[in-house]
Design a protein around this ligand. Structure first.
Ligand SMILES: NC(=O)c1ccc[n+]([C@@H]2O[C@H](COP(=O)([O-])OP(=O)(O)OC[C@H]3O[C@@H](n4cnc5c(N)ncnc54)[C@H](OP(=O)(O)O)[C@@H]3O)[C@@H](O)[C@H]2O)c1
Length: 354
C-alpha cells in the first residue's frame, strides 16, 4: 500500500520539485496539490510555471489545485504532507496537520530550532528522527513535524560529516555563492541580480550557523542536543546562477590527515545511519569528488545523482586552520529542499515510524 501524500505550495520552485519526485514514486501516492487562494480549482498544468528539466507527467494533466485546508486534506486521507510553503504561511497549518495525525515534512524555516522538532539531513543525522516519540508525547500530536534544513546548510553539513567522523573538526569557515532560485519564483527581480553579486541574504548566515550545530548535534534522552565542539562562521552571497549553491569551505581538523585520507573519507562516505536501507531517492554516492582544477561548476555538476549528490572539488590543505579547504556544490531545490524531504519520508517509512 502506497502512503497518500500531498504537496503544499505545489506551484513554487520547491513545490514543483516535490511534485516531480513524487509523481511516480513507488512508496507514495500523490493525491493533493495545494496553492494560494487565487489558483484553487484551476488545473495544475495551467497554473504552474514549470522549471524542472523533465516535462510534467501526463498523470498530472487533470489534477486541480486544492485549498490549503487541514480538515479537507485529512478528510481526503492525506497521511504525509510535504510543505513548500512560505514560512509565514507554514507554521499554523503545519501544526494543525500534525495535531490531526498527518506527518508533515517541511521546508519552511519556522520551528527548525525547537529541541523536539527533528531537523534532518538523512545521511548525516537520520537518528534524530527518534525524537518524534518525545514530540508526540509533549505536544499531544498524533502526527509529527519534521523539518528539512536550510538549502546551504544541507549541502555544507553533508560535506562535513565524513571529516567530523574521521578526523574531528573544530572550526569551519564557509562562504556561499547561492543561486537566484533560492529566493523562490518571485523572490529576486532580475534588475537586482543581472551583472551583479549581492553580498547579503537576510537571515541566511544565522540559519546556517545555528542549524548546522543542531544537525551535527546528538539525540539526547528527551531532545536534540546542539554540537558545542565546532565553531562555524559563514558569509553568504547571491550570485547570477539559476540553480546550484556553491560553498567555499575552510576547516580546522582535530587530527592530522593527508589529502589522500580526506579524499577517501569523502568519496567512500555512504549514508552513515541509513547505509543498510534501500531508499528510492538516496544517491549511490552522496559526495562525488571531481579532480579537475576548475570543478565543481553549477551548470555542469548540479544534477549529479539526480541532484541528490553534492560535488566536492579543489580539496587542498589549509595551513591557517591546520585542516583542509574545498569547494562544494549542491542543487538547492533538490538536495537543499525537496529531495531531502522525500528522502526523510523514505527513512520514516522504512523504519516503520509512519
Ligand atoms: N527555493 C529554494 O531553493 C529553497 C530551498 C530550501 C527551502 N526553501 C523554503 O521552501 C519554501 C518554498 O520556497 P519556494 O522557493 O518554492 O517559494 P515559491 O516559489 O515562492 O513558492 C511558494 C508556494 O507557496 C504557495 N503560497 C504562497 N502563499 C500562500 C498562501 N497564503 N496560502 C497558500 N499557499 C501559498 C505558492 O502558491 P501560488 O503559486 O499560488 O502563489 C507557491 O506554491 C519557503 O519556505 C522557502 O524558504 C526554499
Amino acid at each position: 500500500m502506497r502512503k497518500r501524500v500531498a504537496v503544499l505550495g505545489a506551484t513554487g520552485l520547491v513545490g514543483q520539485r516535490f511534485v516531480a519526485l513524487l509523481a511516480n514514486h513507488p512508496w507514495f501516492e500523490l493525491i493533493a496539490l495545494t496553492a494560494s487562494e487565487g489558483s484553487v480549482g484551476k488545473r495544475y498544468v495551467d497554473v504552474v510555471r514549470w522549471f524542472v528539466e523533465k516535462p510534467i507527467l501526463e498523470e498530472l494533466r487533470d489534477v486541480t489545485l486544492a485549498a490549503l485546508n487541514a480538515d479537507a486534506l485529512v478528510k481526503d486521507g492525506v497521511e504525509i504532507a510535504f510543505s513548500a510553503l512560505p514560512t509565514e504561511v507554514a507554521r499554523g497549518v503545519e501544526v494543525e496537520l500534525a495535531k490531526k495525525g498527518v506527518v508533515v515534512v517541511s521546508n519552511a524555516s519556522s520551528m527548525r530550532l525547537e529541541p523536539d522538532i527533528p531537523l534532518v539531513n538523512p545521511e548525516v543525522n537520520a537518528d534524530h528522527l527518534g525524537v518524534i516519540e518525545q514530540q508526540r508525547r509533549i505536544r499531544g500530536w498524533d502526527g509529527a513535524l519534521i523539518k528539512i534544513p536550510n538549502c546551504t546548510t544541507a549541502i555544507l553539513t553533508l560535506s562535513l560529516k565524513p571529516l567530523i567522523d574521521e578526523f574531528g573538526v573544530n572550526v569551519v569557515i564557509a562562504s556561499s555563492m547561492q543561486a537566484v532560485s533560492g529566493a523562490g519564483l518571485s523572490g529576486l527581480p532580475s534588475m537586482l541580480i543581472i551583472d551583479n553579486l549581492i553580498p547579503y541574504i537576510e537571515g541566511e548566515e544565522e540559519k546556517i550557523e545555528s542549524e548546522s550545530r543542531k544537525i551535527l548535534g546528538s539525540l539526547g534522552h528527551r531532545s536534540i542536543e546542539l554540537n558545542d565542539h565546532i565553531s562555524i562562521s559563514t558569509s553568504c552571497h547571491r550570485v547570477m546562477v539559476l540553480e546550484g549553491h556553491t560553498i567555499a569551505v575552510f576547516t580546522g581538523l582535530r587530527r592530522d590527515a593527508s589529502l589522500e585520507e580526506v579524499l577517501r573519507a569523502m568519496s567512500e562516505f555512504r549514508t552513515n545511519k541509513i547505509k543498510d536501507l534501500k531508499l528510492p531517492t538516496a544517491p549511490e554516492r552522496p559526495i562525488v569528488i571531481r579532480n579537475e582544477p576548475d570543478r565543481p561548476q553549477p551548470r555542469l555538476d548540479r544534477l549529479e545523482g539526480g541532484g541528490m549528490s553534492v560535488v566536492v572539488g579543489r580539496v587542498r590543505g589549509d595551513a591557517a586552520l591546520r585542516g583542509v579547504k574545498y569547494e562544494v556544490l549542491g542543487h538547492n531545490t533538490v538536495r537543499g529542499a525537496a529531495g531531502t524531504g522525500v528522502l526523510i519520508a523514505e527513512v520514516l517509512k522504512e523504519r516503520n515510524l509512519i
